[in-house]
Design a protein around this ligand. Structure first.
Ligand code: MLT
Length: 388
């Protein structure tokens, strides 16, 4: 079989390897405490399921959706953006439904990147940005996110010749995997940089609803003029515990939305209509489920943070996301520490290096498990004598 050279350039997806490893451990009888993938363990709220059931009864439910999304879903997205961020979107031209934000992020480079073009990508970051830039023939130029720069990419340090060839700048706050947040000043700098250099700003806002201690993350589209240069990706996955439903949205600049929709219409036929309707119900229905989730995640965050810091690990308590970005002990690497936690404690974390070379020296914990299990994990670490 002769496969494409393209395939040689990409690894298997990070979580494929991790899931295989977990499956093997479970088979071997290990009681794995899983801090791996960011997949909420809490249920999708009932009113969303009810809407899905209702739509399933209708004769058109099984017919082709439009790949750009049903108008009622796009309208629900526009209304939600208005209410949540005071951002006005035209549902006809500035909103596109996605089969999860990963799908849209993966297809976007096909619309903007030609061979040799550069995408400016934070490192560490969600692997899809880099891999799909590469699949489109482009070259990722990595912007290190470090504790020293508060996990905010330093745009002033990008060489001029790189900027010239750059077509996309990816920004993701609240950030996966670091849990870092960005204030409006930083986001404004990103907008200005893209305006000055004719670059499309790609904002991944998947974690905007997971803020704690009174912190409410911003959409970049709140910044005056941002819509001229920005496409923003969002997802219902984390907000409403809907990872498996695969429903998200791209919003913002109409030319960018139209370019993405053209790619999509040639590849997929859109998200299942009943899921779009259930998604609209999520966005327009009662939002107390979001606050209830955040209360649970904040409690879990406290248990993990207090436990890890009591063991000598030093890092900032995240204000958003359900991730904790924890430096590994001095003698360890991301991979060796991940291995040690699994072997000695049955604790599964993600090696920071899986998100890029600047993630070396860290592991990521996702707090997608009950606080009792988190406390149990801290107990196992103590018993194994693991300290920061
Ligand atoms: C993560 O855990 O980093 C992501 O949520 C997983 C994914 O979307 O593939």
């Amino acid at each position: 079989m002769k496969k494409s050279h393209r395939l040689d350039k990409i690894p298997p997806y990070l979580f494929v390897k991790i899931e295989e490893k977990k499956a093997q451990l479970l088979k071997d009888g290990v009681d794995v405490i899983d801090f791996g993938i960011g997949d909420p363990d809490l249920p999708t709220p009932k009113h969303i399921f009810d809407k899905m059931h209702e739509v399933l009864e209708s004769p058109e439910a099984g017919q082709y959706p439009t790949s750009k999304g049903e108008f009622s879903f796009r309208q629900a997205v526009a209304n939600w953006y208005k209410k949540r961020f005071n951002v006005t979107l035209d549902p006809a031209t500035e909103v596109c439904a996605l089969i999860g934000s990963k799908e849209g992020l993966a297809h976007l480079p096909l619309a903007f990147i030609d061979p040799g073009d550069i995408a400016l990508i934070p490192d560490p970051s969600y692997p899809v940005y880099k891999i799909c830039t590469t699949l489109a023939g482009g070259e990722p130029y990595l912007l290190p996110l470090t504790a020293k720069n508060n996990f905010l990419a330093d745009l002033a340090n990008i060489p001029k010749d790189i900027i010239k060839k750059a077509k996309l700048l990816y920004v993701n706050y609240p950030n996966n995997p670091t849990g870092a947040v960005a204030d409006k000043d930083y986001l404004t700098k990103c907008v200005k940089f893209c305006q000055e250099n004719n670059i499309l700003l790609v904002s991944d806002l998947a974690y905007s609803e997971m803020g704690y201690d009174g912190y409410f993350p911003h959409s970049i589209l709140e910044i005056p003029g941002a819509k001229d240069v920005t496409i923003e990706f969002h997802s219902l996955s984390k907000t409403y515990n809907m990872t498996g439903w695969r429903i998200g949205m791209a919003v913002g600049n109409s030319e960018a939305i139209s370019a993405l929709a053209t790619i999509k219409s040639n590849i997929d036929s859109g998200a299942f209509k009943a899921i779009q309707m259930a998604g609209a119900a999520a966005l327009t229905g009662p939002q107390d489920c979001v606050a209830d989730n955040n209360k649970i995640f904040a409690e879990r965050r406290n248990v993990l943070y207090d436990g890890l810091t009591s063991l000598g690990f030093k890092f900032l308590k995240p204000q958003a996301t359900f991730y904790m970005w924890v430096p590994v002990p001095k003698a360890e690497t991301s991979a060796s520490f991940t291995e040690k936690l699994l072997e000695k404690c049955g604790i599964l974390v993600v090696p920071g290096s899986g998100y890029g070379s600047s993630g070396e020296g860290y592991v990521r914990f996702a707090i997608t498990l009950p606080k009792e299990r988190i406390a149990e994990a801290i107990g196992r670490l103590k018993e194994a004598g693991i300290t920061g």
